[in-house]
Design a protein around this ligand. Structure first.
Ligand SMILES: Nc1ncnc2c1ncn2[C@@H]1O[C@H](COP(=O)(O)OP(=O)(O)OP(=O)(O)O)[C@@H](O)[C@H]1O
Length: 309
């Protein structure tokens, strides 16, 4: 049996202007997996996590978490899962230690009893034990929130965008922590809008607009891009370059990717020479074209474009 089983889950908001936040989502999460919900703002990640954490009820479909229905056995679910919401939800005017003691008491436990589980993270914030939570840095706040979410030895952890707005170094540290939780037999569902974090998960669901566009290991997702992909650069305005490439009769797709453009062609052959000729005729100089490996973001953009059609 999977730790989480979700089947055709639907949820809408509003009465007049209805927003379909989840349009029939299905997936399973296995024991000890780090399962990533990857998608932009509004994809439905928070709604999904809140339903699974028993904080919201779905309109239809079914879900089980550790074998229980969050709608029915919500007390059991709440006692056995950890939930870290997207926005900092601890008491800003309580100190680090007071916050943790508060959450420990709520679950009938103590910091000492949970120390083995939280120690790797807690040791990083312990020097600030007496500091008010509101005065911690963004990264420290996240670590405190994670400790609080784990204080009762949960079997499943739901982390809703834990790294959003956190600096890159803290983001990396946070992921090291998440990876380290594996040894404690904790199954983790983590949502993120950052595509590069997909590679850190065991399995990912690519979400957009209330739908799952694909579920697989990050390696298989990246490999599912079944076209030759090229990086194109001319050392000038990407805006004009996109406009030129969109005129090219063999253009299949083109989109900005950092400083470069990512381009696919309707032909399966190596088109570097032809494309360079075309761009030269368009008046470009210093043309750089290289075949590259696709990543999760390339696949995501392709799937989103297909979803729009
Ligand atoms: N309480 C609400 N009332 C009306 N619409 C809502 C409500 N909560 C969410 N929505 C809408 O439902 C959709 C899914 O939102 P949700 O918060 O689940 O997505 P998300 O992927 O977590 O994105 P975000 O990072 O923006 O929270 C969005 O269109 C959002 O505007």
């Amino acid at each position: 049996m999977s730790v989480i089983e979700v089947k055709d889950l639907k949820k809408s908001y509003g009465k007049k202007d209805i927003v379909e936040a989840l349009k029939g989502i299905s997936f399973n999460v296995e024991q000890n997996e780090i399962f990533g919900l990857i998608g932009p703002d509004g994809a439905g990640k928070t709604t999904l996590i809140r339903i699974l954490a028993s904080l919201m009820v779905a309109d239809s479909g079914s879900a089980t978490v550790i074998g229980k229905d969050p709608k029915v056995d919500y007390q059991y679910i709440r006692n056995n899962i950890g939930y870290m919401p997207g926005r900092f939800s601890l008491y800003e005017d309580l100190s680090v230690k007071e916050n943790l003691e508060f959450f420990a008491t709520t679950f009938g436990t103590t910091i000492a009893k949970s120390y083995d589980l939280i120690k790797d993270i807690y040791q990083q914030i312990e020097p600030f034990n007496d500091r008010k939570a509101g005065d911690l840095s963004g990264g420290m706040k996240q670590k405190l929130a994670l400790c609080a979410a784990m204080i009762h030895y949960p079997k499943v952890l739901f982390l809703d965008e834990p790294t959003t707005g956190v600096d890159p170094v803290s983001r990396k540290e946070f992921w090291n922590i998440i990876k380290g939780l594996n040894k404690h037999n904790i199954t983790i569902v983590v949502s993120t809008p950052y595509m590069d974090e997909a590679d850190l998960c065991d399995k990912v669901a690519l979400m957009n607009n209330g739908e799952i566009l694909g579920i697989d290991t990050p390696e298989n997702v990246a490999a599912s891009f079944n076209k030759k992909l090229y990086a194109v650069e001319v050392g000038g305005s990407n805006y004009h370059l996109i406009k030129s490439l969109r005129k090219y009769e063999f253009m299949d797709s083109v989109f900005p990717f950092g400083e470069l453009l990512h381009y696919t062609d309707k032909r399966a052959t190596d088109i570097k020479g032809d494309l360079k000729d075309f761009l030269e005729k368009e008046g470009y100089k210093n043309i750089f074209i290289q075949e590259i490996k696709s990543n999760t973001e390339d696949v995501f953009i392709r799937l989103m474009n297909a979803q729009k059609k």
